[in-house]
Design a protein around this ligand. Sequence first.
Ligand code: MG
Length: 298
Amino acid sequence: MRFATFIHQGLRQVGQVAPDGRTVTAFDLAPQDAGRGMLSVIEQLAKGRKLPALTGAALPLESVKLQAPIPLPRRNIWCVGRNYHAHAKELSASVFKNNSADPAAWPIVFTKVPECVVGPTDPVAMPGPAASSQIDYEAELTIVIGKGGRNIPREKAMEHVFGYTIVNDVTARDVQMRHQQWDLGKSFDTFCPMGPWIVTADELDGSNTRVRCWVNGDLRQDALTTDLIFDLPNLIETCSRGITLYPGDLIATGTPSGVGMGMTPPTWLKSGDSVRIAIDGLGEIENRFVDLHQQQSR
Ligand code: MG
């Protein structure tokens, strides 16, 4: 099944997308639950409750505005760095230069703040040269946790996956590079486009799907998740080691090769650029990068 969070007639709703992908039907939810998007439904399911009843007409997707399925995660989004073999190679002289650890030993994990999430077609705000002049994209398959848990062994990890969504782990490379921790360069406002919905784990094999990313129509990233250095069970085991994972937690699984920083010379996003990410079996998101800093500064 596919579950979307959307705005219809000015109200946030949560619903089920039809198998043909043309319509969405809202769940019967109290406004305060609908306001939290799919997070409230995932939490209810994790408590053993059934899916809420559907209500009202099937709405054509064109008549609603899709939002991030979890518009404001309950806490930071877990993210994995250097998790495709080819991407580890392309940034071995830059981002990963000082990280001499065996890439096969432990994953790099950092986080993005919840407030940087935006929807699947929302603009991404270029922050202006005073904040960063090296804005880059990262297409990522993202795990949505269903059943929570702590110290989850990899053998049982997939039982904790509710489904998957797409994230663009937008990055200010200059900021990422100058700090020991990456969170600042990864958490600028609007730097986490997410969507277009959540596909449940019974409908998508996240361990074997294709991730692609285009900038203004040029294919930049194209990889299979079979190329992951650390597989999905490993990531869940790692993130839950001593830390309780909660329903609705998100783990962005890393990006393939083909980011702007890996190009010769490095090529950064410019105002007006459009970044489209597609994952087979999931759908696509497309966000325009817009120079909003002048209007927003005050
Ligand atoms: Mg990333």
